[in-house]
Design a protein around this ligand. Sequence first.
Ligand SMILES: [Ca+2]
Length: 443
Amino acid sequence: MASGLPNEAEVQAQWRAVVDILDKTQVYADSLCGATNEFETLIGSLKGDFTPGSLAAWADTYRSGLSSLVDPSLVYQAIAPCIMEYGKVLKAGSYVGSGFETVELMIGAIYDRFLKSTVQFVESREIAHDLAGARTGTGNGTISRLVVDENNFEIENCHVEDKVFRCTRDQNSGAKEYAEEFTMLAETRSKDHLEQHSSGSGDTQRRLLYNKNAGSSHSGSIARNSSFESYDVSATNDFTYWELVSGTVPTQDTSNYYTSHPGASTNYSLTASAAFRLKQSLVDLRRSKLDSRKPYFLRVMTKRIGGTADGNVVLHLGSRSVSASADNANWYELMLPLDQNSWFKNFNQDDFNIEIERTGSSGTVIFDDLIFCPLDQIDSTWWVCRMAENTTVTSWLRDDEIKFEDSQSDLTKGKINYYLFRAGLGYLPHANVSGGACTFTDP
Ligand SMILES: [Ca+2]
């Protein structure tokens, strides 16, 4: 053993050496146990009195032994000391925010260190996340996905596989219409810890996803009066929970609406023939606080009624906003893009609120079906399902599906991050986003 405490490069060298051993073990074990391999050859050749039974049993035991060498708990056991040693380096550099005693928190301190102190990156796994998905069946809603964290690094602690969201409860089988239940179905898992790259997550990441709507049930918007049905011209705020910030108070359109939602008794929309800006404050949301560890989704449907409408429609999420032309002949989903600014840290503001706005004053524009909600995390990336069709909404029915196909062109890339994932420890900032040079290189 060398003497003294390691510096940062030396800790990285130890970590790299650990990953090298893990990876070479994994590659070798996989090569013995893959589809056309030594074990297959052996088992296929067995005949006689002694060998068929005995060697088949031995092969099982042998594979089990190989598998145990790359068991997540053993991967964790190898990487955890490197992470804690890294903490000592941060301490020596008086790096504030590294006073953690657990591996899980210390890896977060190292992540921060990579960005804030001595900027550096590991190699990326370069996973190609499918953002669009392919829909089959009756319903014409959509599922969107967020695949970057609050610092715009692609989320890398996930399985590379196809995922299908299948409608498992519709309006006729236990769910409310517009609050249909989807089950995420993944690819088959390896029977042990070998052949991980060619295997899926099995049922380990299986979660339910619900169609979000403008109602107030469990899958509804956390903004109140999101569908603009609660309206009283004699009240302080004509639209309940929506306070006028500037412009002319909009009125209610009782003839046109986007779609309904669970619990709806009437279906109306908000209509504006002049410029306006309305806000709903945090205190009026169905939840009195936001979760700083989650990304949020905000959208509203809008279209013009009658002739051309001028100006823009604008949606504000805290300090962030998105705008588009108000002149939409069909329903248009005005939505904060799903990117790093979907995260609390990046839209947080003094006196948080969400706002809808129209800037023009010629022509009539209606708004309906606002949805504000946190995204749901499944296998580390984030998802939201809702109706967004621009002409006619058709509800989901059981067995409707949306399929997402992720891929990774080079399975050997991003080993530091891959074994962090295998150990259940997340990932570190990687070089493919900022274009920075990779300093903590793969073995
Ligand atoms: Ca409505």
